[in-house]
Design a protein around this ligand. Sequence first.
Ligand SMILES: O=C(O)CCC(=O)C(=O)O
Ligand SMILES: [Fe+2]
Length: 202
Amino acid sequence: MDLFDATPQSQRNILNKDGEVYYYGKIFNNKEAIAFYEELFNNIHWKNDEAIIFGKRIITKRKVAWYGDEPFQYTYSKTTKSALPWTKVLLELKKKTEEVTGETFNSCLLNLYHDGSEGMAWHSDGETALKTNGAIGSLSFGAVRKFSFKHKSTKEKIDIILENGSLLEMKGLTQTHWLHRLPPTKQTLKPRINLTFRTIEC
Ligand SMILES: O=C(O)CCC(=O)C(=O)O
Ligand SMILES: [Fe+2]
């Protein structure tokens, strides 16, 4: 895919089948995006993520945080987290994400990648507590990074560039049929913050 295909205007589905992914481009200008980045970097309750992989407990370099309407318990990679109450800024970002996507969300998982050596491996966001086929709104602040989708059966790959202040939406059958990842890269030295707004069903 040509990088120029990934610029704003497109509200076209970037998947050719079995799901829907919309890239809205930069929904905040540079000044706003930098202000949100700094605010989140300094004031979110960041913690190193824990995961159990092949029975071994590992601590990731990437930091995470989890916020929501209620202290939802959220389990992934066999570890359980409890959601913190929304901050003013997170509510503002949630509202904006809801306005642009036309969806509603009750929780948010945040990731802080310190540089290009940190990423996220292939996965889909299909945890049992998540609303089935519910939309996920993903905001990016800081370093520009590549994001990739891979079809679970055809192995077809689609790449997109996530800009500072941009919004990506995944919905429909995306999580059922596609994996996604944030590939590590030697080129990025600066941090990136990602927020994924989600709907948890109790
Ligand atoms: O960092 C990103 O853009 C995506 C993170 C992600 O896929 C997740 O938190 O499930
Ligand atoms: Fe994900």
